[in-house]
Design a binder for this molecule. Sequence first.
Ligand SMILES: Nc1ncnc2c1ncn2[C@@H]1O[C@H](COP(=O)(O)OP(=O)(O)OP(=O)(O)O)[C@@H](O)[C@H]1O
Ligand SMILES: [Mg+2]
Length: 403
Amino acid sequence: MHETYNSDRLKLSEPNRASAAINPRLGIVGGGQLAKMTALAGLQLGCVVVVLERNHHSPAANLASHSLVGDWDEPEDLLRLAGQADVVTLENEFVDAASLGALEAGGHALFPTARSIALVQDKLVQKQTLATAGLPVPRFCAVENPEAVARAARQFGLPLLLKARRNAYDGKGNVTLRSLEDIAGAWQKLGGNAGNELFAEAFCPFVKELAVIITRGRDGATATYPLVETVQRDHVCHLVLAPAPVDENVAQRALDLARRAATAVGAVGSYGVEMFLTAGGEIFLNELAPRVHNSGHYTIEACVCSQFENHVRAVLGWPLGETRMVAPAAVMVNLLGDQKAVGRPVGIEQALAVPGAHVHIYGKAMSGAGRKMGHVTALGTTLAEAQATAQRAAAWIRFGEKI
Ligand SMILES: Nc1ncnc2c1ncn2[C@@H]1O[C@H](COP(=O)(O)OP(=O)(O)OP(=O)(O)O)[C@@H](O)[C@H]1O
Ligand SMILES: [Mg+2]
């Protein structure tokens, strides 16, 4: 939904105007929790933060020195944001790369670049880019119609993943096909009939899902965070275990793949790299996110410099911070909504009473089934200890009453 601008709202208040004259102005496209945590890191470093979102009630809007209501896909709205910022960055990969190209053409600094976003936001192009760079990905192919899906099933075997090329998140653009009879329904569900472009991907029989946050500077310098294990429930990230309980050899290979993947897509800023580990110890890349990532939220408390701070440093061209952990183990539990309800957290007092639990509430106006509403991180001397603390606190929190 597109809301119109209220020009009075767009005027900077006087103190902010003074601050904007001397401090770097960071523009963020999107105002969700990733923008909020990035804004917090930017504010710590003295940045003035400006956010562009589709409505006034975004989690990041309260923190921003200045927030614009507009449409990410409108080059004109992006240019308004860029006009108020020294550097523009993104909290999601759904902004049309061609619109972003208009910013660069207008001489504005955009990181990640429109080219890098273009290589990542279309998951088929992303897979082709990674495969061309010699990186291991599950076998995949474009599918133009249900018959092509059936051919892919014969070639790659079942189960088979049918995925949307664009705009997928939290598993919403994926269907796992277990038999040829599932094809028609999956094609319909993913909007194949409505012109959504899809691709097919071989099922990867993973024993663990792994992820790495990598920050790459404007000069190509990289900083990698520890390898983590992510545990998904209904295709949504539920738990993150840091460091991943795997052999050192697996961790080294995973970090190397993350570096090569980030280079292949010309990353600047913090990127999430999702991977599969098989029983035989092979690692396959699942997908990249050209932005800070849920698997790196633990870095706020558990690492010397968080993925958010390193993202701000990278896009501003500043030196990258240290990524090492400050405790032997950390676990993050996502707080997911379980129903459509107002976003007010219930049980937060009890959660805050759990020693060692770091509670984050994103401040979303509305909750919904599976919606990411907050998270809890705990550090520990072991993963089991950290997990017990984080889950004890998380178990208290619910969002709103049914409406
Ligand atoms: N090839 C595959 N083989 C087995 N499982 C898969 C495969 N691809 C995806 N999955 C499962 O589905 C989950 C979501 O897939 P994917 O990461 O492609 O989608 P997404 O919508 O971008 O999700 P998210 O936003 O949570 O990253 C994966 O984390 C994994 O559990
Ligand atoms: Mg994913």
